[in-house]
Design a protein around this ligand. Structure first.
Ligand code: GDP
Ligand code: MN
Ligand code: MN
Length: 254
């Protein structure tokens, strides 16, 4: 058992309108079954999702929250405008986005963006993954999967890791339920978050700094789906999510 992960080299600084699929295909050979892992940063740049705080007017809630964080009211306003719900407002903002993704500061980044500009996540990362995936497939004649990643922290542990925020033709979860363990006992709960595991592996090559390495190919895992997939398959519903429920309880108690 073996799989391979390698970075696509010499990717330029990405700007609005760039054709990421073409940029990848020009720089590496793609094979059937490859999983193309792409940092959301360059997808956002190509989609023109760069903005500045100038011109943003902070509302009352943003002004109030800013008193308990190190962020400017205008930045908090930008976060709130991209959020469905704010779960924690101090000392950082943990929000649920309209896509269902829960993360700090609505995924708005200032790193690896020029000057004072900020970068937001693609509006619909599944759609971005599909768009890029289909273009790679039609220009190479291969069948691939795509995972768009971001770097996120997680509860309970220090350290950030790559996570999937959008997918094309790969199921986020591998269902082990109904299979047996080594001793013949049936597995009752386990669903393996394969796209987050792959995002974490790819992130080892991407890094977080000036590596200039936003695309990683994963080869040798047989995970391509025949039917449409969405990253939403792995978000817990409001009813099922105990942590989300507790956070809302604490938030609304005061
Ligand atoms: P995020 O995890 O999606 O927020 O992206 P990061 O900011 O952590 O960047 C991931 C990798 O992509 C790092 O190696 C960055 O240096 C690289 N990167 C970011 N933007 C660009 C770009 O426009 N061009 C290239 N070649 N690399 C980039
Ligand atoms: Mn990011
Ligand atoms: Mn990162």
């Amino acid at each position: 058992m073996r799989f391979e992960a390698f970075a696509v080299e010499n990717i330029p600084l990405i700007k609005k309108g760039d054709d990421i699929a073409q940029i990848i295909c020009e720089r590496t050979d793609i094979l059937d079954g490859d999983i193309i892992v792409i940092a959301s940063t360059i997808v956002g740049k190509a989609e023109g999702r760069i903005f500045s705080l100038e011109g943003i007017v902070a509302g009352a809630e943003a002004v109030e929250f800013s008193k308990h964080t190190r962020f400017a009211p205008e930045f908090i306003q930008a976060v709130l405008e991209r959020s469905k719900e704010c779960l924690i407002s101090s000392p950082v903002l943990l929000v649920e986005m309209r896509t269902g993704h829960i993360c700090i500061n609505a995924g708005i980044d200032e790193s690896n963006v020029e000057g004072e500009m900020l970068l937001e996540l693609p509006a619909n990362p599944d759609a971005s993954a599909e768009y890029i995936g289909k273009r790679i497939e039609s220009s190479t004649g291969t069948q691939v999967s795509v995972i768009i990643t971001d770097t996120n922290g997680r509860a309970f542990k220090l350290g950030q890791t790559g996570v999937a925020v959008g997918v094309y033709l790969i199921h986020p979860l591998k269902d082990w339920r109904g299979q047996n363990d080594l001793f013949g006992k049936e597995l009752k709960i386990t669903e393996e978050a394969v796209v987050d595991e792959i995002a974490g592996a790819a992130n080892l090559l991407m890094g977080e700094g000036n590596g200039g390495c936003p695309v990683v190919i994963i080869r040798g895992l047989n995970l391509r789906s025949q039917e449409q997939t969405t990253v939403k398959e792995m978000y817990r519903s409001d009813e099922e999510d105990l942590i989300k429920k507790s956070l809302k309880y604490l938030r609304d108690r005061v």
